[in-house]
Design a protein around this ligand. Structure first.
Ligand SMILES: [Cu+2]
Length: 654
């Protein structure tokens, strides 16, 4: 429907005002019940006891992943992924710089959105965690043995990897669909030629079942919509992927108004088994597309980067029966598949109902050709033919749904700031819990899998004014833990988060702990500059480069005194931690270095680059408290003027 711009803006403003009125009015109502009764004892994990679940929260604009325990809400670790992290030298040291290599060069920051656990037979297996970079499209794989990012793959032909990285039931693939459609292949074209020139791409990243190594198996060229979220089918719908879309209007300016015109956008259903057949039949065309795969090798303790130059592209025009569109009201966010695999739940940010689609009806509708025309040649299925039911009056701004495995679904509502529990099959709302404020995603441990641990919902909220002690203009965001073990939801606790968590994954702690790595075997250390015993410690000049082969053990470095470095030299400290004992990392820092520290795990080698600028004697020390004599773990580097003839010497104990 066409509206004059002024009328459109008035319409949009009215919607926003109406929604805001409800949002401001709502959360206070049930406030008195929050945290009451024995809630504190439900989240209390006594000192020395373990939490039942790990929760992995995306760090949003921090670019990282944070690791919490549930139910305690205790923060255990920040895992650096897409942003440099001076705490442990991630992206600063020579070994990890390559992890942030892209076709646009070294990128020290990104926006991490959706963590996703690896799965076996549709349930999280605790081996890996995947997460997307939204800004410069990439997918990272974190190894849950080391809690370290071990691989990052760049996604070409995309702009904003938002619907990403969702896994199939045996981690055959993780996917990535573009949020921003872009000229594909990239080209210098007028922005107002959007409808003619802009396209989307859906990427299928193959995951090696043993090592977890990722590579881009193929891409599908799709219409120039915005692709928002996704989930893989499971059970009967295994072999399919479902992607929510918005801006099916294909607007390129003032999307706030112009992308809210259509009464329904779509959930795109992708038959990836069919896509695999087309690949086998040779239907994919090679496209020149550059992308990096960066892998951190746990024996070499170093990143190995590989630049690829081509992807295999499937054009839906050559591939009938591979893609279908299900109309979904209105600007959908979540596309969530229930544990049985039969229901696909849409979450329309501006919708007044929660539509639930039936996979079996979808297949029937495809067989019976119950189509409502097509978009770019992709059949649009009739809404009524694929609809299982609608949840009526669920709340305002339904976003994302997770499942408890007991027949109930839980949908976050951004505008009315609440979690709404409803019953699969009858679609009736059975309970509501206000959140503080403006919940985005929510997470039930395993809640997007075949077998959820339906004990808790974690709400991730965007706005927390008046919630905590203020910290200037920027306030912390928060997560809230809700008990869902009974008929009625109970708010248990809340805790601050890092960055802006967009999504989270939870898993029974035992499934992760069984993979735990405690040390790296020093005998397997294949680092090019490893020093495996103190007697091998040395300093070697190669022209203007000085390589320090250094060892660290409680409570000294070898060597601890170095002379003969000159201004103009580039010094590389290759520090090997000789410890073979859990929980004994060593650190390394040197005064005035324009870099980070090193944090070196037992058995590992790490390298920091230093360019001394002025003559003098520079102290260096261990930054990680390692023993009673940690404070004595120090040394000096003497730097002489450029051109001076100070001999290169090194020693410990002289
Ligand atoms: Cu130390």
């Amino acid at each position: 429907m066409f509206r004059k711009p002024s009328a459109r803006i008035v319409y949009a403003s009215l919607v926003v005002l109406a929604l805001a009125a409800v949002w401001i009015g709502c959360p206070a109502k049930k406030e008195a019940t929050i945290g009451s009764g024995d809630a504190a004892s439900k989240v209390f994990v006594p000192p020395g006891s373990y939490d039942e679940f790990y929760a992995f929260l995306s760090g949003g604009f921090s670019g990282q992943v944070s690791v919490y325990g549930l139910p305690s809400g205790r923060l255990f670790k920040t895992i650096p992924v897409f942003a440099v992290n001076p705490e442990n030298g991630w992206g600063f040291n020579e070994e990890t710089k390559g992890m942030l290599q892209t076709t646009d060069g070294f990128i020290p920051w990104d926006d991490s959105h959706h963590p996703e656990l690896s799965m076996t037979d549709g349930t999280p297996d605790g081996r890996w965690l995947f997460i997307n970079a939204n800004n410069s499209p990439r997918i990272a794989r974190i190894d849950l043995g080391t809690f370290r990012t071990e691989e990052i793959i760049e996604i070409p032909n995309s702009g904003g990897s938002h619907a990403s990285p969702f896994t199939t039931i045996n981690t055959e693939y993780v996917v990535s669909a573009t949020r921003f459609s872009v000229p594909t292949p990239q080209a210098d074209v007028a922005i107002n030629s959007y409808k003619q020139n802009f396209k989307g791409a859906i990427s299928f990243v193959k995951v090696d079942p043993k090592e977890g190594h990722m590579d881009l198996a193929f891409q599908i060229l799709v219409p120039g919509f915005n692709y928002d979220l996704s989930h893989a089918g499971k059970g009967p719908s295994h072999g399919w992927f479902f992607f929510s879309t918005y801006n099916t209007e294909q607007a390129h300016t003032l999307l706030e108004v112009n992308a809210s015109q259509n009464d329904k956008d779509f959930i795109m259903a992708v038959n990836w088994k069919k896509a695999e057949e087309y690949i086998k039949q040779g239907k994919a065309k090679p496209w020149a597309s550059e992308y990096y795969i960066n892998r951190y090798d746990d024996n070499k303790h170093t990143t190995i980067s590989e630049k690829k130059k081509q992807v295999m592209m499937l054009d839906p025009k050559d591939c009938p029966d591979m893609l279908y569109l299900m109309p979904c009201p209105k600007s959908p966010h979540g596309a969530d598949v229930d544990p049985s695999g039969e229901y696909i739940v849409g979450g329309g940010k501006l919708a007044t109902v929660i539509p639930v689609f039936s996979f079996s009806k979808m297949i029937k509708a495809i067989e019976g050709k119950a189509f409502d025309g097509d978009r770019d040649g992709i059949p649009v299925l009739k809404y009524d033919a694929v609809l299982a039911g609608e949840v009526q009056e669920p709340g305002l701004g339904p976003l994302h749904t997770e499942f408890d495995g007991k027949g109930y679904a839980y949908t976050s509502h951004f505008v009315s700031s609440e979690v709404v529990k409803w019953k699969l099959g009858t679609w009736e709302v059975v309970d509501r819990m206000p959140t503080y404020y403006s919940i985005g995603h929510l997470m039930i441990p395993g809640g997007d899998s075949k077998q959820p641990w339906g004990k808790y919902v974690l709400a991730m909220n965007k706005i927390t004014k008046d919630r905590y002690l203020p910290t200037g203009p920027e306030l912390t965001q928060s997560a809230q833990l809700i008990d869902i073990s009974g008929d009625k939801m109970r708010m248990l606790s809340d805790f601050p988060t890092i960055g802006e968590p967009h999504y989270a994954q939870g898993i029974a702690a035992d499934l992760v702990r069984k993979h735990e790595v405690k040390i790296f075997d020093i005998n397997k250390n294949e680092h090019k500059y490893a020093t495996k015993s103190e007697k091998d410690a040395k300093v070697v000049r190669e022209g203007k480069e000085v390589h320090v082969y250094m060892t660290a053990s409680r409570s000294h470095f070898a060597p601890d005194n170095i002379e003969g470095v000159k201004v103009g030299d580039v010094v590389y400290f290759h520090v090997t931690n000789l410890e073979q004992d859990w929980d004994v990392p060593h650190g390394f820092a040197i005064k005035g270095n324009n870099n980070a520290e090193l944090l070196i795990m037992p058995g590992e080698t790490a390298t920091v680059r230093w360019e001394p600028k002025t003559p003098g004697v520079y102290p260096m020390y261990c930054t990680d408290f390692c023993s009673a004599l940690h404070q004595e773990m120090q040394g000096y580097v003497r730097v002489s003027a450029a051109g001076s003839n100070t001999a290169l010497t090194f020693s410990t104990g002289k």
